[in-house]
Write a protein that binds this ligand. Structure first.
Ligand code: PAF
Length: 291
């Protein structure tokens, strides 16, 4: 069957009116926010969402407020036609693709700041990042008006921040988290993988191997988090040119670092590593260290 090409809507107000009409007609709206550069990680979210919706909306918007100075805002992949085609193949009915000027018009002055969990890990490495994410996600939810929204586990801290924000601000939308999609060699799918040189790409699966090593150590029990991270660090350092920004073993709820033997709580093992100018992140969530 030929794939239907989704409608592309650029105007926030027109998008809102469309969402109102769907809601009036009793339609269930599912939403997948993205910054484009769609890969199988995104299309997996879309395919999951398709089963849970009458209408499926995806957004493609490279959000300037979540990039810091010197980050890759300018070179972030922009390929709307290809993204619309891919979204259609994954069952999306409408792609919302606003301009930055429509989202942040002259005089714009309102931001959403989530406290606490935004100051560690990605938040520590990228000051202001989660303020931009929380702000744009709030705006997108108000524009698309979904019943259910989908995010990937790949951005674990982003998920934690958005959950906190939705809870704190009484945003009455169901949030679904979908497991990370990986290349056959273990590299987590990311729009940034296309920046990797051949050499860096061949080294990059070590990130997932390091996470798995950390998981094995924790599941064995009696291993201090600090020793597990030391082993992970050594593995990455000896088998790649990657420069480690952080390796973290933290309480999955608070994202506070764990130092002793981890026995009794859900744990997030996460890392950020630079290959040249490309910064990759990845994580494993262990529901219970000994389960
Ligand atoms: O995960 C992303 O792609 C972005 O952070 C999001 C959620 C679309 C907000 O710009």
């Amino acid at each position: 069957m030929p794939t239907a090409i989704p409608i592309v809507e650029r105007s926030p107000v027109a998008m809102q009116r469309m969402a109102d009409a769907w809601r009036m007609a009793g339609k269930r709206i599912a939403f997948v926010p993205t910054m484009g550069g769609l890969h199988e990680g995104h299309t997996t979210l879309m395919r999951n969402a398709r089963h849970n919706a009458d209408v499926l909306v995806a957004s493609v918007f490279v959000n300037p407020t979540q990039f810091g100075k010197g980050e890759d805002f300018e070179r972030y992949p922009r390929m709307l036609d290809r993204d619309v085609q891919r979204a259609g193949e994954a069952g999306v009915d409408l792609v919302f693709a606003p301009d930055a000027g429509a989202m942040y018009p002259a005089g714009y002055g309102t931001y959403v700041d989530v406290e606490g969990i935004t100051t560690v890990l990605e938040g520590a490495a990228r000051p202001g990042h989660f303020r931009g994410v929380a702000t744009v996600v709030t705006k997108l939810l108000n524009i698309v008006k979904p019943h259910v929204v989908y995010f990937g586990q790949k951005d674990a801290q982003q998920v934690a921040v958005i959950m906190r924000m939705m809870n704190d601000l009484n945003i009455d939308i169901t949030l679904v988290v979908v497991p990370t999609v990986r290349e056959p060699d273990g590299l987590a799918m990311s729009s940034r993988n296309i920046y990797l040189t051949e050499q860096q790409r061949s080294e990059s699966p070590v990130l997932y191997r390091a996470l798995q090593l950390g998981e094995r150590r924790l599941r064995q029990g009696k291993v201090h988090a600090a020793d597990a991270t030391k082993e992970m660090r050594a593995l990455i350092a000896t088998s790649s040119s990657g420069v480690i920004e952080y390796i973290s073993i933290a309480d999955a709820g608070s994202l506070q670092e764990l130092h002793g033997p981890v026995v009794d709580r859900p744990v997030l093992i996460s890392l950020a590593v630079r290959f040249g100018t490309t910064r990759l992140i990845d994580n494993i969530l262990i529901p219970l260290a000994h389960s």
